[in-house]
Ligand binder design. Structure first.
Ligand SMILES: Cc1cc2nc3c(=O)[nH]c(=O)nc-3n(C[C@H](O)[C@H](O)[C@H](O)COP(=O)(O)OP(=O)(O)OC[C@H]3O[C@@H](n4cnc5c(N)ncnc54)[C@H](O)[C@@H]3O)c2cc1C
Length: 434
């Protein structure tokens, strides 16, 4: 059965979330607009507003809904999570208010799967409670999209691992209590067995933030952004700081990034909807040459193209979530890559049209569109560039195909016509058809 309805009980919760995000989370976006602020546990004023909101979310049973019941979540599964995240995507602060902010969600998953009891007590529980934040430190200054190029290394020295090298774009490191660091442990091993993953407390001697890089839209000073350029100067961690065992870094990273990518896509549906809503309102409000912009066919084309693309994207995300919920692990890989590619393009196109319809106001900092515009460029890079995911889509899709068995394609009309004639030769002969 195909069913496009949300069950009424869950819809009630979604309605509550919709109102709560608009009335309680969006004001935080206005008061504390810098990208890193939701992660800054030292911002006392923001925390004073945030914490009572987090309590209200917990009372509703909507805290950290990405988690299974064993970790205190509802075990809703990805489809319900998609519907929820779609609403949370409208607000920068909402994921923090609801305990589902990246990269903490993925880092929590890693610790839950691979951490020791002690690591779980020290880091996982406070992370799940929203008391601390964390960092995922994988990309390097000389290499991002291709992990085979990574050189930051970890060597065993007695009972310790010693991590040496640099990492780039380690988001939120300036606020993090711990970092999950990917390092080469066996340079001679095959490409996907060279690396291991480590949990590193932020205060460990040798962890040096060279600068905090700001991205477009941060509205921060050059080195006051949220993406850390980090040097690990012979950072020593105990033997059990390794997550998953030597050589398993790539598997651990994949386990984490799959969920994160689809969650980003879910939230992007909400962001696209917000940009679309703004475009539609403006088209109906602004008049030129005696009529509303909405009457102009080129503006109607913006509206129609955006509505169609957004609906297609939303259905793709929901279907991907459904595959994750109902089919074996890994079955959704190609669909997750499709979502990753689609979200960057569709968000970009809708935000661009929304800016255009707002005219000069659209390019000011007086509307959320400018944050959206810079954000849509990041979406095509964070968690891997669009190009890499397109390759993954093509590879995944092509697995279902075989080369043509003969010289001409299987759809070759003369060949198929000859076969059809042979199949019905009796009838055709009877009616005198050659
Ligand atoms: C907002 C944001 C937050 C991020 N947060 C984190 C984080 O918390 N932790 C972390 O470790 N990293 C983080 N990253 C880094 C991100 O993972 C990398 O930017 C990404 O993997 C690409 O690496 P790169 O930037 O080095 O680009 P490169 O690897 O240098 O690629 C540059 C370009 O080359 C082209 N390209 C690359 N590979 C291929 C290919 N196979 N085929 C065709 N073209 C290709 C693409 O056009 C690509 O955009 C973040 C990035 C952004 C933008």
């Amino acid at each position: 059965m195909w069913d496009f309805q949300t069950d009424p009980e869950f819809q009630e919760k979604l309605d509550w979330v919709e109102t709560f995000v608009r009335e309680e989370c969006e004001p935080l976006d206005l008061l504390f607009p810098h990208l890193g602020q939701p992660y800054n546990t030292e911002n006392k004023a923001a925390r004073a507003i945030l914490e009572p909101l987090q309590e209200r979310v917990k009372e509703q049973g909507l805290w950290a809904c990405h988690l299974g019941p064993e970790l205190g979540g509802q075990g809703y599964g990805q489809l319900k999570l998609a519907l929820l995240n779609e609403i949370l995507g409208r607000s920068m602060w909402a994921p923090t208010v609801f305990g589902t902010a990246a990269p903490d969600t993925g880092n929590a998953e890693i610790l839950a799967m691979f951490g020791t009891d002690e690591q779980k007590a020290s880091y996982l529980q406070p992370l799940l409670d929203g008391d601390i934040v964390s960092t995922f430190s994988m990309t390097e200054p000389q290499a991002g999209a291709d992990p085979k190029e990574f050189i930051c290394s970890a060597r065993k020295d007695g009972d310790e691992w010693v991590i040496s090298g640099e990492k780039w774009f380690s988001s939120n490191a300036r606020y993090a209590s711990f970092l999950i660091v990917m390092a080469v442990t066996d340079p001679e091993a095959s490409p996907y067995r060279r690396m291991s993953m480590f949990v590193v407390p932020a205060e460990t001697p040798g962890v040096e933030i060279i600068r905090n890089v700001a991205v477009m839209g941060d509205r921060e000073e050059l080195d006051e952004g949220t993406h850390a350029y980090i040097r690990y100067n012979d950072v020593r961690v105990p033997a059990d700081a390794i997550l998953g065992g030597p050589g398993q870094g790539f598997e651990v990273a994949q386990a984490r990034l799959g969920g994160g990518r689809v969650h980003h896509a879910m939230r992007t549906v909400g962001k696209c909807q917000r940009a679309f809503d703004m475009m539609a309102e403006r088209a109906l409000s602004r008049t030129t040459q005696g009529e509303a912009l909405a009457k102009k066919q080129l503006v109607q084309q913006f509206i129609a193209d955006s509505a169609i693309e957004l609906e297609q994207f939303r259905l793709l995300v929901l279907m991907t979530a459904w595959i994750i919920d109902t089919q074996p692990h890994g079955a959704a890989r190609t669909h997750i890559a499709m979502c990753k590619v689609a979200m960057a393009k569709i968000y970009h196109d809708i935000v661009h049209r929304a800016i255009q319809v707002h005219g000069s106001l659209g390019v000011t900092v007086e509307l959320p569109l400018h944050d959206m515009w810079s954000g849509c460029l990041s979406l095509g890079l964070a968690d891997g560039p669009t190009e890499v995911h397109k390759v993954a889509v093509a590879r995944g899709v092509l697995k279902n195909y075989e080369p043509a068995p003969t010289l001409f394609p299987t759809e070759h009309i003369p060949t198929r016509l000859a076969a059809a004639k042979a199949k019905h030769a009796d009838v055709l002969g009877e009616y005198g058809i050659a």
